[in-house]
Design a protein around this ligand. Structure first.
Ligand code: ZN
Ligand code: ZN
Length: 320
């Protein structure tokens, strides 16, 4: 069953409760997870009405009672992990991401595709000076997720790293693999995306529409690490087949039709917190380039169609 399109509505600006912030949104990245949430066809199924978006970046406008972490005027990013209980076995051992009482931004609590958003002050991430807020939005989910993937994949200098799917996630995964010293092979079916991968420093590009990627990567000696950003089971199989012995397969996407969770959601909170700081620091140092394409928040439905059509060689950004 096909869900209704999203509606643009005037809603009252919320008031921050204890421990919460009211954030005036500057930009909010459009992630594939938002599309699953909006259509109710993913593992996380929100109850309408709700506001999607978990890559919101903005300025703290009001602070609720008891907030000590942030103050008005701070620029913050509001990620997927919006809240955890702080008292369960997972939380007390620093593993907040499996917390069964967690709240997810843009899913179980309202998110950033709006002019204002509420956020738990303990879970927002401060944005360092000197980075364009429009570029921070994709880093808040796509950046941290792919950075984690490359880190978990143990990419080390000289490794051949095959990136299956160059897009909002893939163009970042490729750059992190290169920062870790990897020699990257970009695989996609769109020449425009392969041209982007080349500009960002890919050592090799393979158009899977015209060339068998497994044979092409085998001819290079096989991949030490394959990072998959595409949901097609066939592409996951190709990525697996392209590995050399001892190679590592890292799935950032989940296979279509399966309810498998993204590995990133099961990682240790401390690790994730460190990842945010590292991702933002690398960007502030000019080590990554974030390809964003701004759209008006009012055009969210056509933006979602474009993402599903896979024709956008960048991360779409919604501006309220
Ligand atoms: Zn996301
Ligand atoms: Zn907990």
């Amino acid at each position: 069953m096909r869900a209704e399109p999203l509606e643009i509505k005037e809603v009252p600006t919320p008031t921050p409760g204890a421990g919460q912030l009211l954030v005036r949104i500057e930009a909010s990245g459009l992630c594939h997870t938002d599309i699953h949430a909006a259509r109710g066809d993913g593992p996380a199924r929100p109850t309408p009405p709700f506001l999607p978006g978990h890559e919101g970046v903005g300025i703290v406008e009001l602070v609720g009672p008891g907030v000590t972490e942030h103050t008005t005027g701070d620029r913050v990013a509001i990620p997927w992990l919006g809240h955890a209980c702080g008292t369960c076995d997972y939380c007390v051992t620093g593993w907040e991401t499996p917390c069964e009482a967690q709240q997810n931004t843009g899913c179980s609590v309202d998110g950033g595709h709006a002019a204002f958003a509420l956020a738990d002050a303990r879970y927002v991430v401060r944005v360092p000076e000197g980075i364009d807020p429009a570029e921070v939005a994709p880093l808040t989910c796509a950046g941290v997720t792919t950075y984690r993937a490359v880190k978990v994949g143990g990419v080390s200098p000289g490794d051949r790293v095959a990136i299956f799917g160059i897009g909002g996630l893939g163009h970042l995964a490729q750059q992190y693999a290169q920062i870790f010293g990897g020699e990257t092979i970009a695989i996609d079916v769109t020449e425009e995306k392969l041209a982007l991968a080349k500009r960002l420093g890919a050592a090799h590009v393979v158009n899977a529409a015209t060339t068998d990627p497994v044979a092409a990567i085998e001819a290079l000696g096989g991949a030490d690490v394959a990072v998959v950003l595409a949901a097609s089971p066939r592409i996951i199989e190709q990525a697996h087949a392209s590995l050399r012995r001892g190679g590592r397969l890292i799935l950032v996407s989940s296979p279509k039709g399966s309810t498998m969770a993204l590995p990133i959601f099961q990682t240790v909170l401390k690790g994730i917190r460190a990842d945010f700081a590292e991702v933002f620091r690398l960007h502030a140092a000019g080590r990554t380039r974030v390809m964003v394409e701004p759209r008006a928040l009012d055009d969210i439905n056509s933006a979602m169609e474009d993402v599903l059509a896979a024709g956008v060689p960048a991360h779409l950004l919604l501006l309220p």
